[in-house]
Design a protein around this ligand. Structure first.
Ligand SMILES: Cc1ncc(COP(=O)(O)O)c(C=O)c1O
Length: 394
């Protein structure tokens, strides 16, 4: 099973090539190093070990109760969660990635069908495949999942669940409109299909708040499991996220936790809680938003200035880390990406890696602006333009 189903991430190859070539990277989907709250975290972790009860015994399988309570209050305060979400419905995870994996393990049998957005987050495809699922892509546009297409796919396939990233999607940058979310829920109710809502970019909105979550919109119907993460707003290195899980699914998720590792390190969760409880959260988020907004606008400006005439079209995301584009006339962008990183030392991620097998769009391309300042955006876009003309005149 391991040999057949465990694929490595093609993004890893590009990240390695970027490092090997000393290239400017438009590839990495991580927060910028200068945005990591290292000072706050270091102060927050001081004193964590004074409480021996954190280290001396196995604590709740669900994770640190204080952090679960904080998350629950925070989601309620921000209107993300309906009333049924209590601390007992929150499971701390090793990032949103583990939430994807746990949800998949709980709901997939070998041969099951899982619906994903087309394109979608590549590591979710790998994770569902590991469980033996066949992923079926549902087209998305600037407003989210195309509802008629979802209905058509559900007519043909009895799917275990739909996996969606509704806000500032990775890789497309698209956000589902409020209207579309309601329509999608309507279709899921019609076919009685659950939904996994992966929302790690929720707080990184640059042009106003995102629409209500699926979790909130679904109310009491127990159809939605929500995945959150501290990776993009605190640091991916803390490996801390959470799931908000309906009562009907929680026993299975908890059993999977016990069967895999009993529980995650609570002293990390305690340190993180110390940090979260010590800051003005809205002010902290507002700073992240304004810093990343500048980076988004810098990258959009640079791409427009250098690549507008080179066959690139792209969108304007309202948040998150990613701009999605298409490069006409290049053929397979994967081949071009390998050429560009070696020849002009600019790293990009070919969009084809974000599609279910057999559904790839070979002309698509993902740009990440999170770690790219204005100078690198200019220089990187100029290099990309040079790489395109060199590639076309080979
Ligand atoms: C859509 C999506 N889900 C999950 C993850 C994994 O994040 P985490 O660090 O919380 O595991 C990422 C990271 O890039 C992502 O883009």
């Amino acid at each position: 099973m391991a040999r057949e189903r465990l694929d490595v991430s093609a993004i890893g190859e590009m990240i390695e090539l970027v490092a090997k070539n000393g290239a400017i990277s438009f590839a990495a989907g991580e927060p910028s190093a200068d945005m990591l709250p290292t000072g706050l975290l270091s102060a927050a972790f001081e004193g964590v070990f004074e409480d021996a009860s954190l280290l001396g015994y196995y604590s709740s399988h669900l994770g640190h109760s204080g952090l679960r309570g904080w998350i629950c209050d925070w989601m309620r305060l921000d209107g993300l969660a309906p009333d049924w979400v209590k601390p007992e419905n929150i499971m701390i995870t090793c990032g949103s990635q583990e939430g994807i994996s746990l949800a998949g393990e709980a709901l997939i049998d070998p041969g099951s069908y899982v619906l994903v957005e087309s394109p979608t987050y590549m590591e979710a495809l790998l994770s569902f495949r590991k469980q033996g699922a066949t992923c079926i892509g549902v087209p998305i546009d600037e407003g989210g999942i195309v509802v008629e297409a979802l209905d058509g796919v559900l007519k043909r396939y009895k799917a275990r669940f739909l996996y969606t990233i509704p806000n500032f999607q990775n890789p497309s940058g698209n956000t589902a409109t409020a209207e579309r979310r309601k329509e999608v829920l309507g279709v899921l109710r019609k076919y009685d299909v659950p939904l996994i809502e992966d929302d790690p970019y929720h707080y990184l909105s640059y042009d106003g708040e995102p629409p209500a979550t699926y979790l909130k919109l679904a109310g009491d119907d127990g159809r939605v499991a929500y995945l959150g993460s501290f990776s993009k707003i605190v640091a991916p290195g803390v490996r801390c996220g959470w799931m908000a899980v309906p009562d009907s699914l929680m026993p299975q998720i908890e059993s999977l936790r016990v069967n895999s590792c009993l529980g995650l390190p609570v002293f990390v969760q305690h340190g993180l809680l110390n940090m979260l409880a010590s800051i003005d959260m809205p002010g902290y988020i507002a700073k992240l938003r304004s810093a990343y907004r500048v980076r988004r606008d810098g990258m959009l400006g640079a791409l427009g200035a250098h690549l507008g005439g080179a066959g690139l079209s792209h969108n304007r995301p309202a948040g998150g880390f990613f701009i999605w584009g298409r490069l006409e006339g290049i053929g397979d962008v994967m081949d071009f990406a390998r050429f560009a990183v070696a020849r002009e030392k600019i790293g990009i991620i070919p969009g084809s890696v974000f599609f279910a097998p057999g559904e790839e769009d070979l002309s698509s391309i993902r740009f990440s602006f999170a770690k790219v300042d204005a100078t690198s955006a200019e220089e990187g876009s100029a290099r990309l333009a040079k790489a395109i003309s060199a590639y076309l005149s080979r």
